[in-house]
Design a protein around this ligand. Structure first.
Ligand code: KG4
Ligand code: ZN
Length: 339
């Protein structure tokens, strides 16, 4: 089947055309277009929902047009339109959802509503150079700016949420700590780069909840510990580059240690055959390397460009779950979770 997918949950406006033949274990990308208003948000140190929504409006039609054109398929050949229904910012979501509904009405194509969180997990089901199929049961670690969740996947239709963050998400911890250090938003990639020249032993930051019996996470204590340290060091404008590098290295180490420990604990408990990584923080090379180093279980992670928000992942989930609906039944849902 051929699907036009649209994703507008936050600050990316994305459209993609994907295809999947029955029985195939991967989705193929025919086109994948992403426009981002991130540069605007890096100036304000975070996303302002109104600004993000206005930018979505600017980009939505050109992005869809480009995705269809570069896919070289005809609109008649599309089987469905997949759309991110939530979670996300309501203003941003509405632009994608209402556009998808309009196209569905005009083109007489069904809609497949997709939960953005499942989309991040299904970035692992997009055709990669290494064509190794995911085997179930699998554990997925979803780590983004808004989420840190562990999900047990028994098969394509059986998901069980095991635990998640009680406060800040892993990406949010990078971003908020980056702000303490005067780094641009989003700070995750910058902190990863600076950490390469830092000393992981320079500061002894906590590994919150690393030994807890559940699969929950908490990163606000880490942020508070870094804040206390920065108070001792004085104003961030006076930090030497090596101090900033050291803080980045130690923060990254703390976050990764907790993520890896809990993921492997869940993998062991549920005797899984695959581990999947998804979400923006999945682009972190150190996190990938640590998981690879510490387990022999098959480990899957999306290409770096497919870790952050994109529409191909939304199309991938839809292709495995072609639950078609008519446009009258679709509404944006900013609160959607793992149901
Ligand atoms: O999945 P995503 O694009 O958006 C959400 O749905 O949240 O994730 C964005 C998050 C940001 O918090 C960003 O700092 C983080 O992913 N991130 C990284 C890296 N690349 C992006 N965090 C650590 N290391 C990276 N290389
Ligand atoms: Zn996301």
């Amino acid at each position: 089947m051929k699907i036009l997918a649209i994703e507008t949950s936050c600050d990316e406006t994305a459209a993609a055309v994907v295809s999947k033949n029955p029985g195939e274990s991967y989705v193929k990308i025919l086109s994948n277009v992403v426009a981002s208003s991130l540069m605007l948000h890096s100036k304000t140190g975070g996303i302002i929902p109104d600004v993000a929504a206005r930018e979505q409006l600017k980009f939505i039609i050109p992005v869809i047009e480009k995705a269809i054109k570069t896919s070289k398929i005809k609109i008649e050949d599309l089987d469905a339109i997949a759309i991110t229904q939530g979670p996300g910012l309501i203003g941003s979501l509405l632009i994608g959802v209402e556009t998808a509904k309009t196209l569905s009405f005009l083109w007489k194509k069904p809609i497949i509503p997709v939960n953005h969180l499942f989309g991040h997990i299904y970035a692992n089901f997009i055709q990669a150079p290494k064509l190794d199929a995911v085997q179930f049961p699998a554990i997925a670690l979803l780590v983004s700016g808004g989420h840190t969740d562990l999900v047990l996947i028994k098969n394509h239709n059986n998901f069980k949420w095991l635990g998640g963050t009680r406060d800040d998400a892993a990406g949010e911890a990078f971003d908020k700590i980056g702000r303490l250090l005067n780094l641009p938003y989003p700070a995750g990639p910058t902190m990863e780069a600076l950490a390469k020249n830092g000393d992981e032993k320079a500061f002894n930051f906590p590994r919150p909840m690393i030994g807890s019996r559940d699969f929950d996470f908490s990163f606000s204590g880490l942020k508070a510990a870094v804040w206390r340290e920065t108070k001792k060091l004085g104003s961030s404008v006076n930090y030497s580059p090596s101090t900033i590098n050291d803080i980045c290295a130690c923060v990254q180490k703390s976050i990764i240690e907790v993520l890896v420990r809990k993921t492997l604990k869940a993998a062991k408990k549920y005797n899984v055959k695959s581990i999947l990584l998804g979400g923006g923080v999945a682009a972190n090379q150190k996190l990938r390397d640590e998981i690879k180093l510490k387990t022999k279980i098959k480990f899957f992670f999306p290409e770096k460009g497919l870790c952050t928000d994109n529409a191909a992942m939304i199309g991938a989930y839809a292709a495995f779950h072609p639950e078609e609906k008519s446009w009258e039944k679709i509404n944006a849902n900013p609160e959607l979770y793992f149901d």
